[in-house]
Design a protein around this ligand. Structure first.
Ligand SMILES: Nc1ncnc2c1ncn2[C@@H]1O[C@H](COP(=O)(O)O)[C@@H](OP(=O)(O)O)[C@H]1O
Ligand SMILES: [Mg+2]
Ligand SMILES: [Mg+2]
Ligand SMILES: [Mg+2]
Length: 365
């Protein structure tokens, strides 16, 4: 198979891996032992489902694409033995039946970074709100979210035994998004979704400044973008630095592939290259329509708290004056202290997701 299909093959392998991961997380719930661990605190949990799903996805993709950098949310022991039945190698036939858009024909392994959130909506998962949970695999090319898989393992779980459980939504910019029914949101309302379990006064103030007719508080970045693409809400507004690249890469690509946008709160792009800081320090704003209207609604006193992945012109000039090179992913505190702007060194320790040595072939800086 030609190199021009590389991106399509990664998407097809991701769809298969997400399906397997969904089986695994459903199995963990059935076992009754969630193995909950607090990471940075009680608002940041990890369960056996998060761990097992990441093992499955990362091992499956790494086996098939050993030269592609893969970053997962959970810090796991790279030397751990992965059960053989966790590793999938099939390419999803529906994805492979599509023609890869011409624009990707020259994409090579070293231009791709895969961002894995093995279980998005962990807080809600531990509370039994199962339809808030998704498995997210985002694929970035040259630092931009280009393709994504959002698997909802418990879709239809309350629809009776006849209903098929789980669904896979996937998208590739230039091709479209598949696996759901697109609907237009009600024209006479302004429904805004935001976090259910990671709120504070800035989060609420930012939502209120967008004049919501109703606030829909649900778990998961993936789930909130599903509400957007199915026309159940008009915007996803999250004025917090809590979301990371693995939360937004897949949802951004799926949304963008049908004409929507996911940016930071300032309307600037979120970047996804290998060395970008993991947290979304600019917050998150996603819409299908009227994106700039929402950007303009965010008041200056809220905007001031957020920093885009893309350095501003002023930052670039400041750094040039200091004679230092600038890499995207820096923040103002790093600039003022002269700290290294590159890679995870700009992340506070609780956000640092080190490259999984075993699964990244990239040279370390
Ligand atoms: N303050 C915070 N601390 C840690 N994680 C946060 C956070 N705010 C948001 N997140 C993460 O961002 C994702 C979406 O958040 P929310 O559901 O609140 O909208 C969740 O991903 P995970 O469930 O994969 O960890 C959540 O944990
Ligand atoms: Mg988490
Ligand atoms: Mg998440
Ligand atoms: Mg997660």
């Amino acid at each position: 198979m030609s190199q021009r299909d590389l991106l399509l093959r990664i998407v097809a392998a991701s769809v298969t891996a997400s399906r397997k991961a969904a089986e695994i997380v459903r199995g963990v719930l059935k076992s009754g032992d969630l193995g909950i661990v607090e990471k940075t605190g009680k608002n940041d949990l990890q369960t056996e489902a998060d761990r097992a799903a990441q093992r499955c996805i990362v091992a499956s993709l790494h086996k098939q694409f050993p030269k592609v950098a893969i970053f997962g949310e959970e810090s796991l022991d790279p030397m751990e033995k992965i059960p053989d039945d966790y590793v999938t190698k099939d390419l999803d036939p529906d994805v492979m039946s599509k023609v890869c858009p011409e624009i990707y024909k020259n994409v090579t392994d070293d231009q791709i970074v895969i961002w894995v959130d093995p279980l998005d909506g962990t807080a809600e998962f531990t509370q039994g709100l199962l339809d808030h949970v998704t498995v997210l695999i985002g694929i970035a090319v040259n630092g931009e979210a280009k393709a994504g898989v959002i698997y909802q393992p418990w879709y239809n779980y309350e629809a009776g035994p006849e209903a098929e459980m789980g669904r896979c939504i996937w998208g590739l910019i230039g091709l479209g998004s598949f696996g759901f029914t697109r609907q237009v949101p009600p024209a006479d309302k302004n429904l805004i979704t935001t976090t259910r379990s990671h709120s504070d006064w800035i989060v609420t103030e930012a939502v209120n400044s967008c004049e919501p007719s109703e606030i829909v508080r649900v778990g998961g970045a993936g789930h909130k973008v599903l509400l957007l693409i199915e026309g159940k809400v008009h915007a996803y507004v999250f004025a917090s630095k809590g979301c990371k690249k693995w939360d937004t890469c897949a949802p951004e690509a799926v949304l963008h592939a049908i004409g929507g946008r996911l940016t930071d709160l300032l309307g600037k792009p979120i970047l996804y290259h290998e060395k970008v800081q993991r947290k979304n320090a600019g917050g998150v704003l996603a819409t299908l329509y009227s994106h700039q209207w929402y950007v303009d609604k965010i008041p200056q006193e809220i905007r001031e708290n957020f920093v885009s992945d893309t350095p501003s012109e002023e930052m670039l000039q400041l750094k040039q004056q200091q004679g230092a090179s600038v890499a995207a992913g820096g923040d103002s505190s790093a600039a003022s202290t002269g700290a290294n702007w590159e890679g995870s060194s700009v992340d506070p320790p609780e956000y640092t997701q080190k490259t999984d040595e075993k699964f990244s072939s990239k040279p370390k800086i």
